[in-house]
Design a protein around this ligand. Structure first.
Ligand SMILES: Cc1cc2nc3c(=O)[nH]c(=O)nc-3n(C[C@H](O)[C@H](O)[C@H](O)COP(=O)(O)OP(=O)(O)OC[C@H]3O[C@@H](n4cnc5c(N)ncnc54)[C@H](O)[C@@H]3O)c2cc1C
Length: 233
């Protein structure tokens, strides 16, 4: 059965911009810890945050963390996601959860091609049947070897704001694979709702730096991308 992407921001650090600014103040002022939030307005925090980014002093942004629940994504996607090492993950197990009647993701290029879609769905149905048969004679942990990359999975991921910035820079880029790009866009929208000042200027390099870093591999759609990420919410 086909399924769709579903992403939720489960928890995040409250007042993340103020916390990051407090961490920065500790670095640059004589304030005792009881004084870190004194005389600080949110506007001053945002101003300090901007200066940190300009200076390249990004470690204070590591104090703000965001936890997402993600489902309706393929194993092909999570294989890419977990390459982001500065994060914590909990993923549905194919050892403990049987793959019978597994849901699957259909890539747009297949969905938009009637013949390819029919064949793909047939293959998935057959694999589900084969899995059930095979699972009668082999344990889950080995039966899962015949499940496809398209099989749906669920994962909880926690990243700090610095790591998220790195993630969005790479995965919102048009060079990223369509499914993880779609996920990154949804996660960025949620981050912008939770912390607009922290994430408002974050996106692919063409948007956040103002120029593309992909050289010959550039998608050549800088203007379109800048407009998209300026308005993404
Ligand atoms: C378009 C695209 C195509 C890709 N294609 C491939 C591919 O063909 N094959 C493939 O294997 N991967 C591929 N990747 C994955 C990519 O190489 C990274 O593994 C992935 O994007 C995670 O990025 P990261 O290491 O910056 O993130 P994280 O692991 O979260 O690391 C964050 C940052 O911490 C620092 N860091 C972390 N660990 C170390 C370390 N051990 N040593 C030094 N610094 C460290 C680095 O500055 C790093 O940028 C691709 C990624 C993209 C976006």
């Amino acid at each position: 059965m086909e399924t769709k992407l579903n992403v939720k921001l489960l928890r995040s650090t409250s007042d993340p911009e103020d916390l990051i600014a407090a961490a920065a103040r500790l670095c640059y002022s004589k304030s005792d810890i009881d004084e870190l939030f004194e005389k600080m307005t949110h506007e001053k925090s945002v101003d300090l945050l901007k200066r940190l980014v300009e200076m390249g002093h990004e470690s204070p942004t590591e104090h703000a963390v965001f936890t997402f629940a993600i489902e309706g994504v393929s194993r092909a996607l999570t294989h890419q996601l977990v390459r982001h090492r500065i994060a914590s993950y909990s993923q549905q197990s194919q050892r403990y959860v049987k793959g019978s009647d597994f849901k699957y993701i259909i890539p747009p290029s297949i969905k938009n091609n009637k013949e390819a879609k029919e064949k793909f769905e047939k293959i998935m149905e057959n694999l589900a049947k084969e899995y059930d048969e095979f699972n009668k004679i082999a344990p889950n942990e080995d039966s899962r070897f015949i499940l496809p990359n398209a099989a749906e999975t669920k994962i909880i991921v926690t990243m700090n704001a610095r790591s998220l910035k790195n993630f969005f820079t790479r995965r919102c880029c048009n060079r990223a694979q369509w499914e993880i790009k779609q996920l990154a866009d949804e996660m960025l929208k949620l981050c912008r709702k939770a912390a607009p000042e922290l994430f408002g200027k974050i996106g692919p390099n063409c948007y956040s730096l103002g120029y593309c870093t992909e050289g010959k591999m550039s998608c050549g759609k800088g203007a379109e991308m800048k407009e998209k990420y300026k308005n993404l919410k």
